[in-house]
Design a protein around this ligand. Structure first.
Ligand code: C5P
Length: 411
């Protein structure tokens, strides 16, 4: 059983081919000990039937605002409030647009407007629809309104195109949903009350610094040294920590990711800038150094280096080790966690790295596959007590598990 066991989910199934994945999500939600009641939009009913959802959820399925029997048994306002969390899967471009505009012209959008519970939306649509300025605006609006809008996965799509727009895998939606059920970021006025009433969650009110993404080390005004880090794992950790009530400063290298709501983000480009930003964010209770910091930099040329038929010599200088520096800092956070991206002897190298750098924990991962830039991760948690091998799972789920462990360690 998970911490979310016993919670009630109101699942709105929208009109897209990914609606079939909502069926798998229902199974996972129930397996995690939660109950789920479904609302099917007219569009959703083109892809899955009320009978399928009713059979999987073992609950009545709601389809219309104008159903006299439904209204007599449970009015739509009550339906929207009875749940602990409202989840929209798949959130189509149209559904996101109507949510952002506050339109209530069917049962799903009426419930979304009437609810007093947190809302999580998992988008799925054609890549161009996702990238359209109108959808970007709507997603930004919804996030500003505290709706958790997940980023879609990238890959081949049912329409034949490739890019971001695929529904996140049901396991990733489940992890995000479990995160969303944890207490939200508390305001300072309620922080004290919450930290005493929920003493099982040690992350509440704690300050955690997270670094994420690559760093770019300029060679000249147009060229730089970089690596394949996407920032996804670090951003997911920052988001999971905020969900547990932590105050998170996210120091990010150049990435194309939206800021998780509630996170304070500092954008940097180089390792030197990242080191300075981490230092300025102190004091902190914990630090999770996920960034793939470039090991070397060059003295950048002020003007673009010309080819001129010869190969320029690049003289490399080692960058400061931000993690090791933090471990030896006078204001060292109580818990310092490093990441170790390795291709060989993954665990052994991580063990050595932990002691060499002075970190409390190292999360080791094998990056010989497509982990860097990908959506899944298989990690090993290396601590003074030994090594734990975690299953291969979506990065959001790694983040959720790690955030739970950090909360426990800070309690
Ligand atoms: O030595 P290596 O780069 O493998 O160590 C990885 C860990 O150290 C990560 O946690 C990374 O964020 C951190 N690191 C750092 N500064 C560097 C290099 C790595 O903070 N210059």
């Amino acid at each position: 059983m998970t911490a979310a066991a016993g919670k009630r989910i109101l699942l709105i199934v929208g009109g897209g081919i990914a609606a079939y994945k909502a069926c798998e999500l229902i199974r996972l939600i129930r397996k995690a000990g939660m109950s789920v009641r479904c609302v099917l939009t007219d569009g959703g009913a083109q892809f899955v039937t009320p009978m399928t959802l009713a059979a999987l959820s073992e609950q009545p399925v709601h389809t219309s605002l104008w159903d006299l029997k439904d209204e007599a048994e449970m009015g739509h306002i009550q339906l929207s409030r009875e749940a602990d969390l409202v989840v929209v899967v798949p959130a189509t471009a149209d559904l996101l647009a109507r949510m952002a505009a506050g339109i209530a012209d069917d049962l799903a959008t009426t419930l979304l407007l009437a609810t007093d519970k947190p809302v999580l939306a998992a988008p799925a649509m054609n890549v161009r629809m996702w990238q359209h300025a109108a959808t970007r605006r709507n997603v930004e609006r919804l996030r500003a309104d505290s709706v958790t809008v997940l980023d879609p996965d990238e890959g081949p799509m049912a329409c034949g195109e490739f890019g971001p727009g695929r529904l996140p895998e049901p396991e990733a939606i489940l992890a995000a949903l479990q995160s969303a059920l944890k207490p939200a970021f508390p305001s300072s006025a309620v922080e004290k009350h919450i930290s005493t009433s929920l003493d099982t969650n040690g992350a509440i009110g704690k300050h955690v610094i997270v670094t994420a993404g690559p760093t770019h080390e300029p060679i000249d005004p147009v060229r730089y040294i970089a690596n394949r880090s996407s920032g996804k794992q670090g951003f997911a950790i920052a988001e999971a920590l905020v969900r547990r009530g932590a105050r998170v400063t996210l120091v990010s290298g150049p990435v194309a990711l939206p800021t998780p709501s509630g996170v304070t983000r500092i954008d940097v480009e180089t390792a030197g800038e990242m080191a300075a930003a981490v230092e300025s964010a102190l004091p902190a209770d914990a630090a999770v150094m996920v960034a793939a910091v470039a090991d070397w930099r060059v003295e950048p040329s002020a003007s673009k280096i010309k080819k001129r038929g010869s190969t320029p010599e690049l003289s490399l200088t080692e960058n400061p080790d931000i993690l090791a520096g933090l471990c030896g800092h006078a204001q060292r956070p109580k818990l310092v966690i490093g990441f170790a991206a390795e291709t060989d002897d993954v665990v052994e190298n991580a063990r050595l790295k932990r002691t060499r750098k002075g970190a409390d924990w190292i999360i080791a991962n094998d990056v010989s596959g497509d982990v860097m830039g990908g959506t899944r991760n298989r990690v090993h948690l290396v601590t003074a007590d030994g090594v734990e091998d975690w299953d291969d799972m979506p990065k959001e789920q790694v983040a959720a598990l790690l955030a739970d462990r950090i909360a426990d360690a800070l309690a």
